[in-house]
Design a protein around this ligand. Structure first.
Ligand code: MN
Length: 196
C-alpha cells in the first residue's frame, strides 16, 4: 500500500506547547472575544493595547459523519480580563445529544459545563485528568494558571457540529474569576436567561 492510499492519520502534538507542526491551528485573539468577558470596558482597553492570543485549537477536518471522530488539541493561554480568567468561547454541539472527552496534558484549569435545562458543572483540569462532557452540555475551557498554557486533547463524534451562537448571545450562567489569588465560581451578572 502506498502512502497516498493510506486512510489512517498520524499527527504530532507537542506536549509542552500543545501545537502540531503538521496542521494549522485556528486562533482566537482577544478581539475575537467581544462580549464574552464580563468586564467589557476592560476587554476593549486590552484589545486596544495588545490584542493577544487567548486560545488556539485544531480542526482535524474529518468528514461530518456519525462514525467519524473529530480530534485535536486545545491550548488556552494564561491571562485575565479584569479578574476573569482567559477561556475559550465555549459551545453547544449542534447535535445536542453528542458528548466529548478532554484529556489534560498540561496546565491548570476548569471545564465549565451547562445544559439548556439550567444544570451546570465545573471539573478541575490538571495533567493526567480526563473529563467526560456529557451530551447536551455546553463546554468551555478556563485557564486559572498565571504562567502555563492549559493544554487538552479532545475527541468527539464527527458530525456533532458547533453552536457558538447560543453562548455568544446568552453567555454561561457561571463565571470563574480570581478572588484573593484563587479561582472562584460566581453567578454571571450578565447572564441573559431565556431569550424567548
Ligand atoms: Mn465540543
Amino acid at each position: 500500500m502506498s502512502m497516498e492510499d493510506m486512510k489512517s492519520v498520524l499527527v504530532n502534538f507537542n506536549m509542552q506547547t500543545g501545537l502540531s507542526s503538521k496542521w494549522d491551528s485556528i486562533r482566537r485573539n482577544l478581539s475575537a472575544m467581544g462580549g464574552m468577558f464580563a468586564d467589557e470596558a476592560k476587554h476593549a482597553e486590552m484589545v486596544e493595547q495588545d490584542d493577544v492570543l487567548v486560545y488556539e485549537f485544531y480542526d482535524s477536518g474529518r468528514p461530518e459523519r456519525p462514525g467519524e471522530v473529530a480530534f485535536g488539541t486545545s491550548i488556552t493561554y494564561p491571562g485575565k480580563v479584569g479578574d476573569e480568567y482567559f477561556m475559550t468561547k465555549g459551545h453547544f454541539h449542534t447535535i445536542l445529544e453528542t458528548a466529548e472527552v478532554y484529556y489534560c496534558l498540561r496546565g491548570h484549569g476548569y471545564m465549565l459545563m451547562e445544559n439548556p435545562e439550567g444544570d451546570w458543572e465545573a471539573q478541575e483540569l490538571k495533567p493526567g485528568l480526563a473529563v467526560y462532557v456529557p451530551e447536551r452540555y455546553a463546554h468551555r475551557s478556563i485557564n486559572v494558571s498565571d504562567s502555563e498554557p492549559l493544554i487538552t486533547f479532545y475527541a468527539f463524534r464527527g458530525d456533532a457540529g458547533h453552536d457558538y451562537g447560543t453562548i455568544e448571545t446568552k453567555g454561561f450562567r457561571k463565571l470563574i474569576v480570581e478572588r484573593e489569588g484563587k479561582p472562584e465560581i460566581i453567578d454571571n451578572p450578565k447572564w441573559a436567561g431565556e431569550m424567548e
